[in-house]
Design a protein around this ligand. Structure first.
Ligand code: PLP
Ligand code: LYS
Length: 463
């Protein structure tokens, strides 16, 4: 997080020292390829295009606010993950980041598997034709109905998250006359360097079963005794938006150590380990995410080395990237409304969306970038806060950024890297209509999730 001040920014010293912003970019028209999806470019006339279409045309056809998802980029990222991990490993896309039937079909075509964590995600996956054996069901509190639907559908894996769930899944599988393949999710005790709300491998939280104190070993003992379960592996997910790969490496080492313990105690070598998702992406130019092949190489090397040292056969590795695949592939397009300069502070730029389409800034203090995309401008940089239209002063989309000082109502601005956890965490606060997701490719946009309508709101309100 860069907190450097800039002399051309606001005048008050407290704002200068407390701001999140870096120095204004030397060229406000430049689009950093780290934060924008692959096919985004600015044409010589100043307009930004994605998938070969100008944003102004997209706004005209699909309205604003809207998420525009670069399908070619999504597919390329799937391929990069697949190629990096190779045929001896599995890549499960984490559907919680963003899921729709079109996305499921792309994943299927690109050879990825899918991690779901609710009945709704499971239904979407099955309806779009993802083979059940390529689906894993997660969740710290799967309902009996969810478990039953997953077992009956024949999902490839259920990731067990608690002692009670071990028994629940075994009973349901017994009743359905099935033997369910399962992994046990463990917490490895790593403090992931990310926001505390999205760190998941320390012991004091709701997910998984602790390695510490022999809890995970006890869970394995119980699972191995139950006929309804086929225990095939151990799962670890250390958190989300993580840049430092050291945490994954420590997790891999600890999971392999548990496999060795299991072999010594039970004479069983579990054939799989899943190291979860969590790889960070660039939201601003200050972020430097790892590449899939670097993370694949380092995980493979550690697992192979640690297994050799313990004389274990190397298990099949799987990973569950969500954000790293879909995050960078989309931007949110907004129309600028009210512009309010606060003398000596900053300029508030209000857009036609807000915390209902991107809760991450309010929830995690997340940082985003923003650019004027309907035209270029040579005006001076102006320090702005991009805010939404909700009745909440925390309704901030981009806390600190620079836009050209000639910004005017009606301009289109876009916030990149909103493909993950924006539409999927969107809300109807203030009866906002959740924006559509438009897939853009080869000069055409196609709605894959439609915009909500006032009729949708009234239909839910049955009173
Ligand atoms: C079990 C599990 N797998 C995968 C993911 C995906 O994480 P990310 O989108 O950060 O890759 C999550 C979310 O943090 C998760 O809880
Ligand atoms: N929703 C979070 C990440 C949680 C990931 C799911 N376990 C985010 O936007 O960063």
């Amino acid at each position: 997080m860069s907190r450097s001040a800039h002399p051309a920014g606001p005048r008050h010293a407290d704002v200068l020292t407390e701001g999140h912003y870096s120095a204004p970019p030397t060229d406000l028209n430049a689009l950093d390829p780290k934060v924008w999806s692959r096919t985004v470019t600015r044409t010589p006339d100043g307009q930004v295009t994605v998938g070969g279409i100008e944003v102004a045309r997209l706004a005209e056809e699909f309205g604003t606010p809207a998420y525009f998802l670069d399908e070619a980029d999504f597919r390329a990222r799937c391929q990069a993950w697949r190629d990096a991990f190779g045929p001896d490993a599995d890549v499960f896309y984490a559907g919680k980041a963003f899921l729709s039937r079109a996305v499921v079909r792309w994943l299927h075509e690109e050879g990825l598997n899918l991690d779901v964590c609710s009945a709704g995600e499971l239904t979407t996956a099955l309806d779009a034709g993802m083979p059940a054996e390529r689906i894993a069901l997660h969740g710290n509190n799967k309902t009996p109905e969810e478990i039953e639907r997953a077992v009956a559908a024949g999902v490839g894996h259920i990731v067990l998250d608690s002692f009670q769930e071990i028994v629940r899944v075994a009973h349901i599988a017994d009743r359905l006359g099935k033997r369910q393949r399962v992994q046990i999710r463990v917490t490895v005790g790593v403090e992931a360097h990310t926001h505390e709300f999205i760190a998941t491998a320390h012991e004091d939280q709701k997910f998984g079963i602790a390695l510490a104190g022999g809890e995970a070993a006890e869970a394995v003992r119980r699972a191995l005794k139950l006929d309804g379960l086929e225990l095939v592996g151990i799962h670890s997910h250390i958190g989300s938006q993580i840049f430092d790969t050291a945490g994954f490496e420590v997790a891999a080492r600890r999971v392999v150590a548990l496999l060795a313990e299991i072999r010594d105690e039970h004479g069983v070598e579990l054939p799989e380990i899943d190291l979860g998702g969590g790889l960070g992406i660039a939201y601003t130019s200050d972020d430097d995410p790892a590449e899939p092949h670097d993370i694949a190489n380092s995980l493979r090397e550690i697992v192979t080395r640690e297994c050799a040292a313990s004389k274990l056969r190397t298990p099949r590795i799987s990973v569950e990237p969500g954000r790293a695949i879909v995050g960078p592939t989309a931007f949110t397009l907004y129309e600028v409304g009210t512009i309010k300069p606060l003398e000596g502070l900053r300029t508030y730029v209000s857009v036609d969306g807000g915390m209902s389409d991107n809760i991450r800034t309010a929830l995690y203090d997340a940082e985003y970038s923003v650019a004027l995309v309907s035209r270029s401008s040579d005006a001076e940089p102006m320090l702005v806060r991009v805010v939404g239209k909700h009745c909440e002063s925390g309704d901030i989309v981009v806390r600190d950024a620079f836009l050209p000082a000639d910004l005017a109502p009606g301009d289109l601005i876009a916030v990149p890297a909103t493909g993950a956890y924006c539409r999927s965490m969107a809300s109807n606060y203030n009866h906002a209509l959740r924006p559509p997701v438009v897939a853009v490719k080869d000069g055409a946009g196609r709605v894959i999730v439609r915009r909500e309508t006032e009729e949708d709101l009234l239909r839910l309100d049955v009173g």
